[in-house]
Design a protein around this ligand. Structure first.
Ligand SMILES: Cc1ncc(COP(=O)(O)O)c(C=O)c1O
Length: 248
């Protein structure tokens, strides 16, 4: 019975173009951003979506450090930090990221999806009366994080500051609110309006605290903080296949 059920579900995925197959792309060291497609020797493919925008994975200094780490610690991550403990390399990476972003501390996640999902869930569960106001084109990881909490949520039209303001104005001043949006929308490649341009009647100027993927503006109980350097974040870009996007 289960075989038939699963086969049917697979067919549904295939007929709705949601069945995923992965392209095999092997990067060619020294020829960034080229990669061999399906291991074939023919004309290499150009890959702009490897999360390696500056080609740092192939920089001689980075490769040398990787070799050193291999000799010093052996291969593998050693498992989750919850179980196997942290690592001096993670600690130093996080310290340097915190310093770079001028923050108290940083936490590195294995994937962008996991970081958005976990951060939003954690934050919203801590502030249960916080309304989350999310751009309609936010990445699935953001949608997933928001959906996994019982918090009240509202969606504003993509990049539509006026609509966002209307929603904000419909809540009392004292109600905690979080506005969630991206800087560069990775699926569509467009850019969010600067938070400086947002003049919300019911909230103070949003203060973006962001990762590359997910700047989000907090207009909760916290004091406003002026954005340190919004502009640099917008130079990032990436291209991804347009997977079906869930809506909140
Ligand atoms: C906004 C955003 N969040 C999350 C992700 C997912 O990142 P990862 O593939 O590292 O899980 C992406 C990837 O493009 C993204 O653009």
């Amino acid at each position: 019975m289960y075989q038939a059920l699963l086969r049917e579900q697979l067919e549904i995925l295939k007929s709705s173009n949601q069945y995923r197959t992965f392209t095999t792309l092997s990067r060619i060291c020294g020829q960034y951003p080229l990669a061999r497609l399906d291991g074939r020797e023919q004309e290499p493919a150009v890959v702009w979506c490897s999360n390696d925008y500056l080609g740092m994975s192939q920089h001689p200094a980075v490769r040398e450090q990787m070799h050193n780490a291999l000799e010093t610690y052996g291969a593998g991550s050693g498992g989750s930090r919850n179980i196997g403990g942290s690592h001096e390399l993670y600690a130093s990476l996080e310290a340097s990221l915190a310093d770079w972003h001028d923050k108290e501390a940083a936490l590195v996640f294995p994937t962008g999806f996991g970081s958005n999902d976990a951060t939003l869930q954690c934050l919203l569960r801590r502030i249960p009366d916080c309304v989350v106001i999310s751009d309609e084109l936010n990445h699935a990881s953001i949608v997933n994080g928001i959906r996994s909490t019982p918090n009240e949520r509202k969606i504003f039209r993509h990049n539509d500051v006026e609509h966002l303001e209307q929603i904000l104005a419909s809540y009392p001043q004292g109600q905690p609110k979080i506005v969630v949006f991206e800087s560069v929308y990775s699926m569509d490649g467009d850019i969010a309006p600067s938070p400086r341009s947002s003049r919300s009647p019911s909230a103070t100027t949003p203060s973006p605290t962001s990762t590359r993927y997910m700047p989000w503006a907090c207009t909760a109980r916290a004091e406003p903080v002026s954005p340190p350097s919004w502009a640099w974040r917008t130079r990032w870009t990436s291209s991804r296949a347009p997977w079906p996007r869930p809506s909140v």
